[in-house]
Design a protein around this ligand. Structure first.
Ligand SMILES: Cc1cc2nc3c(=O)[nH]c(=O)nc-3n(C[C@H](O)[C@H](O)[C@H](O)COP(=O)(O)OP(=O)(O)OC[C@H]3O[C@@H](n4cnc5c(N)ncnc54)[C@H](O)[C@@H]3O)c2cc1C
Length: 316
């Protein structure tokens, strides 16, 4: 028998969980389908801005895991080194995503979505689920995007980022994030993010198109980062297991709604154009889509920031 609900959300990451949280608070009936079982690994530095903390309101005050608060970053742009006063936070995605989905308090089923059939009444998923509304929160490879939004201009390859990262336990007493921009002709940046409970996240990311056009490869930049961490004395003798992932920065034009289907977070390609931050925009867009569904209104991205630099400089 087909399971019926008002809203089906494909993907239980920050975008899907925030949408579910807002829908449930207003008493709407929804179901989250995710191919993974939570807690699941998501390659991400887990760096979040004060606006993310603010958007989650009272819920975040009960966060049971480590949140690291940074007052200062060390930045290197080419050969120019400086300290930057800031106001930023970091969480571990393996913890944060499971926590946020639990806060949503809606049913979650482990299911890999493949086919989507539209009808005047709603959407049938794999012949097993039916929703009057459908939210695509499945990240870069979201099946809602593939099935219903592929003909849109949402995926300009010039805005595709490729990144590699590793997060691991390593004894440290570091309090500052370090960022290295445009090193060794990388069209992007590398990071060192020390977190609570002796966790470290390191990574490197940049424009996929520019790296390819230069005949370069991200693995080479990863190797340079590993050498740098060793030379500086931040991480030595560590057996790395980096994970690669790609995602889209905010496009000039993004189609995010078709009939009663909505795209949120990475499925819509909403990471900021300067720093590639997508957790805040995922949460904001998930909440916006929920409001549009509840009010039967238009879902728009106006006011969801396309850049991070103001927040990086400590402006709220
Ligand atoms: C290396 C790296 C570092 C990053 N660092 C930062 C950072 O420090 N700060 C920041 O703000 N952003 C960062 N980002 C970007 C950020 O991780 C994403 O923008 C954010 O995770 C988007 O959230 P989402 O909910 O849209 O998608 P996701 O978190 O990717 O969640 C999508 C969910 O959909 C599920 N799914 C996918 N396909 C299917 C399917 N067919 N059926 C069912 N379920 C499916 C997946 O299992 C997943 O749980 C980074 C990205 C990378 C790659």
């Amino acid at each position: 028998m087909i399971k019926k609900t008002d809203v089906i959300i494909v993907g239980g990451g920050p975008a899907g969980a925030a949408c579910a949280l807002a829908l449930r608070r207003s008493g709407a009936d929804c179901l989250v389908l995710d191919q993974a079982t939570f807690p699941r690994i998501k390659p991400c530095a887990g760096w979040i801005t004060p606006s993310v903390i603010k958007s989650l309101g009272a819920v975040i005050s009960d966060y049971p895991y480590g949140i690291t608060h940074y007052k200062r970053f060390q930045v290197v742009i080419k050969r120019w080194k400086f300290g930057l006063n800031t106001d930023q936070y970091a969480i571990r995605r393996v913890e944060f995503d499971q926590w946020l989905l639990r806060q949503a308090g809606v049913p979650v089923e482990q299911h890999t979505v493949r086919t989507i059939e539209s009808s005047p009444d709603g959407y049938t998923i794999d012949g097993e689920y039916f929703g009057n509304h459908l939210v695509g929160a499945g990240g870069t490879y979201c099946p809602v995007f593939r099935n219903l939004f592929k003909s849109t201009p949402n995926r300009d390859r010039c805005r595709l980022i490729i990144a590699m990262e590793d997060e691991f336990r390593y004894p440290h007493n570091q309090k500052q994030c370090r960022l290295w921009f445009l090193q060794d002709r990388l069209p992007g940046y590398a990071w060192f993010v020390p977190k609570a409970n002796n966790i470290i996240n390191v990574g490197v990311g940049g424009s996929a198109a520019q790296i390819k056009a230069r005949g370069d490869g991200l693995k080479r930049h990863w190797q340079r980062l590993v050498e740098k961490l060793d030379t500086i004395g931040l991480v030595s003798d560590h057996d790395y297991h980096p994970i690669a992932h790609s995602y889209y920065l905010r496009q000039r034009q993004t189609v995010v709604q078709r009939e009663r289907a909505y795209l949120v977070g990475d499925a819509a390609g909403l990471a900021t154009r300067d720093m590639g931050e997508g957790i805040g925009t995922a949460i904001a867009s998930g909440m916006r889509a929920a409001t549009a569904i509840l009010e039967d209104g238009e879902y728009r991205l106006d006011g969801i920031g396309s850049y991070s630099w103001l927040s990086l400089l400590g402006f709220r």
